[in-house]
Unconditional design. Structure first.
Length: 102
């Protein structure tokens, strides 16, 4: 059998080019850090550990819990993401830790 078939690459063409990274904070000392979570995998266990360790390493760091925002997965995710810029401004958030489970 001398049959040939065309093959296609399963990944589509890139729709957007790479963008430069945002400026990084030089410290978390005195900053406000928010947690976002998709409520999928152990965030309720992991975020308190992150908060404890960052709190010990950076005096004056404040935390805004994931329960202030809602889930970043499922039916309400679009609304959570849509209002995120306003939440960042309202809470004076300097950094976000976003947890996603698979």
């Amino acid at each position: 059998m001398d049959e040939t078939q065309d093959a296609v690459w399963p990944r589509g063409a890139k729709a957007a080019g790479a963008k430069p990274l945002a400026k990084r904070l030089d410290t978390l000392e005195g900053k406000t850090v928010a947690f976002l979570w998709d409520y999928m995998f152990r965030g309720d266990e992991i975020f308190p550990l992150i908060e404890r360790e960052l709190g010990a390493a950076y005096p004056g760091v404040k935390f805004i819990g994931y329960d202030n925002f809602g889930t970043t997965h499922g039916g309400g995710e679009r609304e959570v993401i849509r209002k995120l810029p306003l939440d960042i401004e309202t809470h004076g958030i300097d950094a976000i830790v976003s947890g996603m489970g698979c």
